[in-house]
Structure formats: structure tokens, C-alpha cells
Write a protein that binds this ligand. Sequence first.
Ligand code: HEC
Length: 197
Amino acid sequence: MARRARPHSVVTARAALVLLVLAGCASEPSSPADGPPPTEAQTPEEARVEAAVAAIDSMRAARAASISPDETVDAETFARVCKPVGMRARALADSTGWTVRQAAIRFRNPANAATPAEAALHERFEADPALAHVWADAPGGRLYARRITVTAGCAACHGPRDDRPAFVAERYPDDRAYGFQPGDLRGVYAVFVPAQP
Ligand code: HEC
């Protein structure tokens, strides 16, 4: 009898855990309905993903902060601030086999328009300002997302529509990435890491 009591209590504990998890999900309308709950980095490779994305993000923030108030903001400024982010993302993808994206709902480059999975993650960040980054299972691997926050320097190119540098209005006729204020969610870095064979 005592033998049967133990598995029974384990089952009960599991059931309670499932209920807790379900209750947690129910009180969190922002979580994507069609995916398992997010988890932390689980492997050294995933820790490398987090470090690489953090380095790219701080590079952009530091360079945006270096724009001086009296400088003319033009394509040269872009080549120093936001363009290197796209270049580093591509280089990182080439050297690792990961897919590295900057996804946005209000995008400037249509190639960065969020996919449905990225949009669901974007929604989570929007709903939970304390959420900095998240891992989620995805078909064939794991998807990492980290919030992209607008800082004061970003306003030089992502601020009011009429204040955008001329090159932006010319090159991006379909631009939606303006009107942001410091602290706003600008988008997400989204890195897909394929499962190891
Ligand atoms: C000098 C102008 C300039 C500054 C300053 C700037 N950006 Fe950008 N940003 C651009 C341009 C131009 C693009 C489009 C790049 C492309 O064609 O892929 C862009 C694209 C992006 C994207 C990719 C998604 C999209 O909309 O296409 C993100 C994310 C982004 N910027 C965030 C930021 C953040 C955060 C800051 C401040 C830390 C910032 N930018 C500062 C000009 C700028």
C-alpha cells in the first residue's frame, strides 16, 4: 500500500503543476496561444546566442548615443549606427548557421517585417515591459527573442515623421519606423537556432 501511495502523490503533484502552469497562461493573455511556454537558455550555444545579440544591441545604442546634437544626420550616420547592426547580423548568421533577424511591426525595411511567430513574441514584449528576452521552442529548433528598446539617439532617424533625414524618406517610401520615443519597443532581435542533428 505504501508503495502505491508514492506514485500517486507524484501524479498529484504533477497535476497540480499542470494546473499552475495553465493558470499562469490563462492570466497572461499576451502569451502565444499556439506554442509551449518559453524557457531559459539551455546549452552553451544558446548562451553564445544571448551574448552575441547583447553585443550587437549595445553597439547600436552606444553609436546612437554618440550622435552629436549639431551634426547633420544623413546616410553617413546610418552607416555608423544602424547599418552595422544588419551587417553583423548577417555575418553572425553566416558563421553559425543561425537565422538572425531584426523583426519589427512598424518596419523601415520591408525585409524586416515580423513573421507571425516574431509578431507573437513582439506582442509579449509589448505586454510585459519587464521582459528583456525569451526562448521558445520552434519547429526544428529554438527561437530566441530579445527586445529592441528605443533610446534618445534613435530619434535622429526614428523620431517624428517630418524630422526624418532626407535619405530615409527617399530610400524607404513605405517607411513605418518613425514616431518612436525613448523607452518604446522598436522591435525584436529574433534568432532561430536549428536543433543539432
Ligand atoms: C542615422 C539614422 C538611424 C539611426 C540614428 C538609427 N537608425 Fe535604425 N534604421 C535606420 C535605417 C535607414 C534603417 C533601415 C535599414 C535597412 O535598410 O535594413 C533602420 C532599421 C532599424 C531596425 C530594423 C527594423 C526595420 O525597421 O527595418 C531597427 C530594429 C532599428 N533600426 C532600431 C534602431 C534603434 C534601436 C536605434 C537607436 C539605438 C536606431 N535604430 C538608430 C536608420 C537609423
